[in-house]
Design a protein around this ligand. Structure first.
Ligand code: SF4
Ligand code: SF4
Length: 424
């Protein structure tokens, strides 16, 4: 058991010591929610400051429900205090006391729902979810009817990724490419699986072009992030255990894992270990799990992936760096890749959080906050004159399309198109 500087016993559930905070308030300056609403006390208060009260058995604070887990506090803290981890653990304790909310159960298990409905045509699903009666009902259980919901992809596209998975998992399946570089495993993530499988298909196509045999292990499940933000820690731990078992197996086989979702990458690489330090077997997977753009950028640096045959494109794109990509500390590899396409002009919006933060803005009471947070980005996209915005995060793309009214794409779907890669 850790001992804090001021004498509190830090429970084994808390790897970090709140007294590491020097109260500099840098995190508060960088917190988009604290800037958008006075209802949130801000990262310094809800994180390390209140943690001392929580450790002493006090500090049941409603303000904790406002943290969006965007991680801008963690990115900016000069002392390395994991404020968002404090907040998510505190929120789970808060929910344990007050009871779980139906809205959080629905959002937390969206991946399971998507999997259960995988045989249902998109037109049925989208009508079922998006009609005004359903939106009113969802509104009553806490999902703001004004917030944009992503549309399910056509059955054929969802099947294509799923069949790619089943076929690739079969022993001896010949890769479309020569597979001269061995196997790589794709972790599509729930958003790609159910809403944008073409992103997964593009990544598979690009990996095969680079000479990999791509497998999509069926044993991977939701990374657990939507559960963490809803305070559903035991459900998230179950997913962490399942994914960690598969990651350990792939590591033993020397197979790298690639995901096009920065938030999934963050969870798989290091969040499991940070959120559940008492759980054995949840390793730091930073070496084996790769955000997809960073993976291709690395291949390119080592001359193992070429963009020399990319078709020239005359267009301007507005690039938005997702908060969780910035939290990974990998730079902006998506921009670096797209900048190599002849004729393409990329403008980095550099306008902060989009306001969606995964599912934050969907929750009643958060919609106006999310839209206020995203306003600078929407304005920047509008001013850029770009018809297409690019971002690695699926829910950032949904938010940009909603707030800025333009199309939004993953950098790798555009890259695949320019290279004539058709996908899995
Ligand atoms: S995770 Fe984001 S919203 Fe939460 S305290 Fe940190 S900066 Fe603020
Ligand atoms: S958590 Fe970090 S950034 Fe925030 S006040 Fe403490 S030391 Fe400063």
């Amino acid at each position: 058991m850790l001992q804090s500087n001021s004498g509190y016993a830090v429970s084994p559930h808390h790897r970090y010591n709140p007294d590491d905070c020097t109260a500099c308030a840098v995190c508060t300056v960088h917190c988009p929610v604290a800037e958008a609403t006075s209802a949130f006390r801000g990262p310094k208060q809800t994180g390390p400051a209140y943690e001392r009260f929580r450790l002493a058995g006090f500090g049941d604070d409603d303000s904790i429900t406002y943290c969006s887990n965007c991680k801008n506090c963690d990115i900016s803290c000069p002392s390395g205090v994991p404020v968002a981890v404090f907040n998510m653990l505190a929120r789970a304790a808060y929910r344990d006391k007050r009871g779980t909310v139906l809205r959080d159960l629905l959002i937390g298990h969206a991946g399971d729902i998507g999997r259960a409905l995988r045989r249902v045509p998109a037109c049925v699903l989208n009508f079922g979810m998006q009609n005004s009666l359903t939106r009113r009902l969802l509104d009553r259980i806490g999902l703001d009817r004004r917030a944009p919901l992503p549309a399910f992809a056509p059955l054929a596209e969802r099947d294509r990724l799923r069949q790619g998975s089943a076929a690739a998992a079969a022993p001896g399946r010949p890769s479309r490419a020569a597979a001269r570089r061995g196997k790589v495993a794709l972790f599509p993530g729930c958003f790609v699986n159910y809403y944008e499988p073409r992103v997964g298909s593009a990544v598979i196509g690009l990996l095969e072009k680079a000479g990999y045999n791509v497998i999509v292990p069926e044993s991977f499940v939701c990374c657990g992030l939507p559960m963490i933000t809803g305070g559903l820690m035991s459900a998230a731990l179950k997913r962490a255990r399942t994914n960690s078992r598969e990651l350990a197996r792939l590591t033993r086989l020397g197979i790298p894992v690639v995901t096009p979702c920065p938030s999934c990458a963050l969870m798989l690489r290091r969040e499991y270990r940070d959120l559940f330090p008492e759980e054995e077997g949840l390793a730091d997977n930073s070496a084996g799990v790769h955000e997809a753009c960073a993976f291709f950028s690395g291949l390119q640096d080592r001359r193992e992936f070429s963009l020399a045959d990319a078709r020239p494109v005359r267009a301007t794109l507005a690039y938005h760096a997702p908060c969780h990509l910035r939290a990974l500390g990998l730079g902006r590899p998506g921009i670096e890749l797209l900048q190599r396409i002849p004729g393409l002009r990329i403008e980095d919006m550099d306008a902060g959080c989009c306001g969606m933060s995964g599912s934050y803005e969907l929750k009643k009471g958060h919609y106006d906050i999310g839209m206020r947070i995203g306003a600078a980005l929407f304005e920047a996209v509008d001013k850029s004159g770009a018809k297409i915005a690019v971002s690695e995060c699926g829910t950032c793309r949904v938010q940009i399309a909603h707030g800025a009214g333009c199309a939004a794409a993953h950098p790798l779907t555009l890259l695949a198109e320019c290279l004539g890669v058709t996908g899995a």
